[in-house]
Design a binder for this molecule. Structure first.
Ligand code: NAD
Length: 447
C-alpha cells in the first residue's frame, strides 16, 4: 500500500527524498516556507541543480503523487509519516543549531493537539542532528499532544551530485527506533529502495544519530589525512598521487576519498565535523583525531593561496586570477563552505582581481560576492588578462582543456591545480609553470 508522506523542508535532501518516495508510488506533500522555492516548484522548475532530478520531479508532479505547499497543517494532518529535512547549520560554538527542527516539532505538536485525536503518526528525523535530538523532538511534540506518535532517527547519506541515484538505491538505510510498529512501517516504506539486497539496519535512536556524524567525519578524516600527507610530500619531494595509488589498492583501505586537494567543503562535512567535536567536548571526551581533521582542513585552502602569492613574490595586488570551479564539488550548484570562497576571499584581501567560472554555481556565487569579482560567460573567457589559472573544482569540462588556447589567453602561463587533474610534464613542455598539490611543480615557462 502506498503511504501518505509529508516532507518538511524542501531543500537538497527533502526535495530529492520526497521525489523518490513519490517515484515509488507514495503520495508526498513537500512543505517549505521559502516562497521563492515553492513558486519555482509549483511552476515546473526545481530550484537546485541535481542531475536526474528534473524528469523525476516532472513525472510525479504531473501524476499527482508529489505536491508542494507552505501549509504545514494540511500536510501533517494528511500524512502518516512526516519527514523532517530541515537545516541544522552550525552555531558559533560549532554545535548544530536545532532551532528549525525544534520550531517545526513544536508546530507539529500544536497542530496534532488542536486536532486530537489523530491516527498514529511517525515523525522521522532525516536532518543531521546531535545525539539526543529525537528525545528533544518527542518532548516538543508531547508538550502539546499526548496522542499516539513516535519520533525516529533516519539519517540521510545521499551525496549531492548523485542524490537521485543514492536515494533510489541507497547502500544502506539506517532506522533508529525501538518502536516495533515504526520499525515495521519504515522497513516496508524502504523495501523497494533496497531490492538489490542492500541492508536496512535497525538500531536505537542515539546510535542512528551518531552513525551519521561518524560516517561524515570518517570521510573527512581520509581527506585531511591525505592533504596532510600531501603537504609532507611537497617538503620531502615525494608524489602524493603515487602514494595514493600505492595504498588505495589495499582492499582494507580502498580507493575512494584519498585525493589530495584544497580541502573539503559543502553543507555537511565542515558542520558535521564541528558538531561531533562539540558533542564530544560536552561529553568530556574530546575527540582529538576529529580536532586534527578540522585543523588540517582549515589550513589547506590557505596553503593553496600562499603558493599562488609566493610564486608572484608575495605581492599580487592589482593582478588578476582566473578561478575555475566554485561549487564545493563538481555536479552541484551548492557553494556552502566552498574552498573556492576561502581562496577568493584571500585573493581579494591581497588586492587581486578575480574572474570566476563554474558551470552551475555562478548565481550562488554572485549572491555572495556581487560585483566584487567578475563572472565571464565561459571557462576560456575567464582567463583573459589573468596572471594564472587556479583550478579549484574538478568539473568534467575542465579535465581536457585546450592548452594552446589557454596559453594564448592568459597574461602569464601559470597553472595552480588544486585537484591534481593535469599532467605537469606536458604542461611544462607546452610552456607553463605548473603547481599541483603534494607533487613536484613543473616549470616550463620561458622567462
Ligand atoms: N545536502 C546534503 O548533501 C545532505 C546530505 C545528508 C544530510 N543532510 C542534512 O539534511 C538536512 C537538510 O539539508 P539540506 O542540504 O537539504 O538543507 P537545505 O537548506 O537545502 O534545505 C532545507 C529546507 O528547509 C526549509 N525550511 C527551513 N525552515 C523551515 C520551516 N520552518 N518550514 C518549512 N521549511 C523550512 C528551507 O527553506 C530549505 O528549503 C541538514 O541537517 C543536513 O545536514 C544534507
Amino acid at each position: 500500500m502506498p503511504y501518505s508522506i509529508a516532507v518538511i523542508g524542501t531543500g537538497y535532501v527533502g526535495l530529492v527524498s520526497g521525489t523518490c518516495f513519490a517515484e515509488n508510488g507514495n503520495t508526498v506533500i513537500c512543505v517549505d516556507n521559502d516562497r521563492r522555492k515553492l513558486d519555482a516548484l509549483l511552476n515546473g522548475r526545481i530550484p537546485i541543480y541535481e542531475p536526474g532530478l528534473q524528469p523525476l520531479y516532472e513525472r510525479n508532479f504531473k501524476e499527482k503523487r508529489l505536491f508542494f505547499t507552505d501549509n504545514l497543517e494540511e500536510a501533517v494532518l494528511a500524512s502518516e509519516i512526516i519527514f523532517l529535512c530541515l537545516p541544522t547549520p552550525p552555531n558559533e560554538d560549532g554545535s548544530a543549531d536545532l532551532q528549525y527542527v525544534l520550531a517545526v516539532a513544536d508546530h507539529i505538536g500544536r497542530i496534532l493537539g488542536a486536532h486530537a485525536p489523530q491516527p498514529f503518526k511517525i515523525i522521522v528525523d532525516k536532518s543531521t542532528v546531535p545525539i539526543g535530538t529525537s528525545e528533544k523532538v518527542t518532548d516538543a511534540i508531547r508538550a502539546h499532544y499526548d496522542g499516539d506518535f513516535v519520533v525516529v532517527s533516519n539519517p540521510e547519506f545521499l551525496r549531492e551530485g548523485f542524490a537521485v541515484e543514492d536515494s533510489l538505491r541507497p547502500e544502506r538505510v539506517v532506522i533508529g527506533t525501538s518502536h516495533p510498529a515504526a520499525q515495521r512501517i519504515l522497513t516496508d516504506l524502504y523495501r523497494p529502495f533496497v531490492l538489490s539486497g542492500n541492508p536496512i539496519i535497525i538500531m536505537d535512536e542515539r546510535s542512528a544519530e551518531i552513525t551519521k556524524y561518524a560516517a561524515n567525519t570518517f570521510l573527512a578524516m581520509r581527506i585531511s589525512f591525505m592533504n596532510e600527507l600531501a603537504n609532507l610530500c611537497e617538503v620531502l619531494g615525494a608524489d602524493i598521487d603515487m602514494v595514493r595509488r600505492g595504498i588505495g589498492t589495499d582492499s582494507r583501505i580502498g580507493k575512494k576519498f584519498l585525493f589530495a586537494g584544497v580541502g573539503y567543503g559543502g553543507s555537511c562535512f565542515p558542520k558535521d565535523v564541528k558538531a561531533l567535536l562539540r558533542t564530544s567536548k560536552e561529553a568530556e571526551y574530546p575527540l582529538r583525531i576529529v580536532q586534527a581533521v578540522e585543523d588540517v582542513n582549515a589550513e589547506q585552502p590557505l596553503r593553496f593561496f600562499s603558493k599562488v602569492r609566493d610564486y608572484f613574490g608575495g605581492d599580487i595586488a592589482g593582478k588578476s586570477f582566473a578561478v575555475w570551479g566554485l561549487a564545493f564539488k563538481p555536479n552541484t550548484d551548492d557553494v556552502r563552505e566552498a574552498p573556492a570562497f576561502v581562496i577568493i576571499d584571500r585573493l581579494l584581501e591581497a588586492g587581486a582581481l578575480v574572474s570566476a567560472f563554474d558551470p552551475e554555481a555562478v548565481e550562488n556565487t554572485r549572491t555572495r560576492y556581487g560585483d566584487r569579482i567578475s563572472y565571464p560567460h565561459g571557462m576560456y573567457e575567464a582567463l583573459e588578462g589573468a596572471s594564472a589559472l587556479l583550478l579549484v573544482t574538478e568539473w568534467n569540462e575542465f579535465r581536457q582543456p585546450d592548452w594552446e588556447r589557454i596559453r594564448r589567453t592568459l597574461a602569464e602561463p601559470v597553472v595552480f591545480d588544486g585537484r591534481n587533474i593535469y599532467d605537469g610534464a606536458s604542461l611544462a613542455a607546452a610552456g607553463f609553470d605548473y603547481f599541483p598539490i603534494g607533487r613536484k611543480p613543473h616549470l616550463g615557462r620561458k622567462k
